[in-house]
Design a protein around this ligand. Sequence first.
Ligand SMILES: [Zn+2]
Length: 290
Amino acid sequence: MRNIIIFFFIVLFVRPGMAQDPKDFSNISFLAKLNKDKSYLELKSKIVSEFAFSKPGPWGEFIKGVDEEIATQKKIIAFTFDACGGKNGNGYDKELIDYLRTERIPATLFVTGKWIDSQFAAFQNLYPDSLFEIENHGLNHKPCSIDGESAYKIHGTASISEAYEEIEANERKIEAITGYRPLFYRSATAFIDEACVKMAAMLGVTVISYEVLSGDAVPNTPEHVLEENVLRNMKPGAVVIMHFNHPEWNTKEAMVKIVPRLRVLGYTFVHLRDVDLTSINTDHKAKAVK
Ligand SMILES: [Zn+2]
């Protein structure tokens, strides 16, 4: 009898992910729901009127209000991995994730709504794992702009309401699935305008860029080049940017080389949410174009 009760308890309550139907959370159906949600719509009209007369301000990866590094002199760093989604971006680098798990390396994963749609099962496997911090990379992987700027030929959002949707709808989508509202937003391509940075702050989200660019997104970059890109620029508090949506890139192969070398140097790895972040905003990094 006791076994039967335990069995039913397991069937009824311990069904990780099984209650979640990917269709309920797809960008299209989730947005349709949000567009009937009073709190989402009220916040949207508040944001739209707040920014109605705002200028976009500077456009770049390292503008005012964007954090890039951990405020520390200790040898701690954060590995961050983006999953961009969309055409040519919907993959899942399971080998890389397996490596992080085997080596117990905490990582912060920035995901788009699009990527979640294409890899729902993988996402359900990732978010309950405390090794991974899930953060926001935008609903549709559009660089956040209030007037249609673009970066690397990727069109940004074209209005205040579209920028709001890009950030806030993915905040709510991730929270609806995981129970956790992301604390950080990395704009697609990391380019963002100052108005979007202020908007994110109003939404309670910190915009994060990066300090160490691995270069894994440049197609066919050999692993030893990625390794040197990371190690040459390494310093206490660094935030490293890589990707986990392209198994064909050399990200995992490079990590296998990078991690042991960093450990020998005395570095340990942390989640972004566990540390204080800060901004460098040095002139040589500023890429403001307007
Ligand atoms: Zn991306």
